[in-house]
Design a protein around this ligand. Structure first.
Ligand code: SF4
Length: 443
């Protein structure tokens, strides 16, 4: 029954729900849970790395999100669809002419535009004709490069791969899922093909694309290993008529595999903490994509933007609006830091002057400054100095716990709050950091 309990938690039920199920001894559900485990994908892991909170909203809270589509995304989907169709024809030795390929692209694009209706928004100077022209160019140029396709042996198109990133015996099962655009056989090699329609070169995520295909190679190995000697990954950058190809060797795979296994371990840990009711198991992480995030209105980092201004009792300041208080606090913070800097440079000048003249006091018209010389020390070698202090019986007197370091250890998940709760009291603290509000800067 313990297995049932932890299993219920791990598949996303809250602690109390899991406990209820556990108490009810629901056998059917128990069996169901035993066979359910999280299957990770490349995009899931990337999303977690971009922002853990967004991951939580999407995959644990399963919050509904608006159907997202952009003309660029749609272009990618339609080009992929046309190439999938092309290779399905090639696979039955029915080689289409170029015009048919372009016709297929137009058909797919037309259907997609009709389906998206008013959810499709063109931004900037780009219009539908521009996307059609781009798609045509990509496919024309691709066709010219690879026709007449006689040598191509297609194993599969849009191949869904379910595979193990890590087996149960090797430290806990990790399941992974991915879709391969096209898998070919070329001589003694299997080739994973992936089409990209990005306009940037090198694309921002080039390394991520390579990592993705390297992981998929593991899936291909697990499924088709006995049929090939070598495995290659080929990225087709259609906008530039370029391809990036490399052989996937064990040496190449090992570090990438480790990276993604560690990422999954971190997600599993956060999921467990979340299900145990731990606050902030998936923290927010501000990033350049926040402005496109569908959860912005919910996100603690941004939701205040959607609230109206509120009047609060400001103590000695009287009634004030929150906006005013924010700006006032930021202004004081900036002034304080400027004053601190100014104070430091004044200190430097005055000490140099006092040292030179041998003065212990300096006089202004209304104030005087007393300069006291004190010595401060820095250890040359920390360990041997600590040893020396221990010999002198003085170590305890200089040992103090640097609490900020404990916070860092908890943040880095090297210590858990449960481990330290016997020894330490938890105190809520808040830090305010002032910065310019970019959206108002741009106005
Ligand atoms: S708005 Fe930004 S910080 Fe908030 S959930 Fe979305 S990506 Fe994360």
């Amino acid at each position: 029954m313990i297995t049932f309990f932890s299993c219920a938690i791990s598949v996303g039920f809250g602690y109390s729900k899991a406990y209820t199920l556990f108490k009810e001894k629901n056998l059917i559900f128990y069996l169901f849970l035993l066979f359910v485990m999280v299957v990770y994908s490349f995009s899931q892991i990337n999303l977690y790395q971009q922002c853990p909170r967004k991951y939580q909203y999407r995959y644990l809270d399963k919050l509904e999100r608006e159907f997202e589509t952009t003309p660029d995304l749609m272009l990618g989907t339609c080009v992929h669809g046309a190439l999938e169709w092309l290779y399905q024809q090639v696979n039955v030795f029915n080689i289409p002419i170029k015009a048919d390929l372009l016709g297929k692209f137009h058909e797919l694009r037309q259907n997609a535009v009709a389906e998206a209706a008013d959810k499709l928004i063109y931004k900037g100077e780009q219009h539908e004709e521009d996307y059609l022209r781009r798609g045509e160019k990509y496919l024309e140029s691709y066709y010219q490069t690879y026709a007449p396709f006689g040598e191509t042996k297609v194993i599969a198109t849009e191949l869904i791969m379910n595979f193990e990133l890590q087996s149960k015996e090797n430290g806990g099962e990790q399941k992974f899922r991915g879709i391969i655009d096209r898998l070919d056989k070329e001589g003694d090699a299997f080739v994973i093909n992936d089409y990209k329609t990005n306009k940037q070169l090198p694309p921002e995520q080039k390394e991520e694309y390579r990592e993705q295909l390297t992981l998929y190679a593991l899936g291909v190995q697990q499924k088709y290993g006995k049929y090939f000697q070598k495995i290659k990954a080929r990225l087709h950058y259609l906008h530039f008529d370029l391809r990036d190809e490399r052989e996937i060797t064990d040496a190449l795979l090992a570090p990438i595999l480790e990276k993604y296994r560690n990422a999954i371990n971190a997600i599993e840990k956060a999921r467990f903490n979340y299900n145990m009711g731990r606050e902030n198991a998936f923290p927010t992480q501000q990033n350049p994509y926040c402005k496109y995030c569908e959860y912005q209105q919910l996100c603690p980092l941004w939701k205040h933007l959607g609230c109206g201004d509120e009047l609060v009792e400001g103590g000695s300041l009287g009634a004030q609006t929150i906006k005013k208080l924010v700006d006032q606090y930021a202004k004081i913070s900036r002034e304080t830091s400027e004053l601190t800097k100014e104070k430091e440079s004044l200190k430097e000048i005055l000490i140099a002057y006092a040292d030179k003249g041998g003065f212990e006091q300096l006089f202004g018209d209304e104030n005087k400054l007393t300069i006291k010389k004190t010595d401060s020390y820095l250890a040359k070698d920390k360990a041997s100095f600590q040893e020396f202090l221990a010999e002198q019986g003085l170590l305890e007197e200089v040992m103090d716990l640097p609490y900020y370091k404990i916070n860092t250890l908890v943040k880095e998940q090297k210590l858990t709050p449960e481990q330290i709760q016997t020894y330490l009291d938890k105190k809520d603290s808040r830090r305010l950091t002032a910065s310019k509000n970019k959206s108002t800067d741009e106005d």
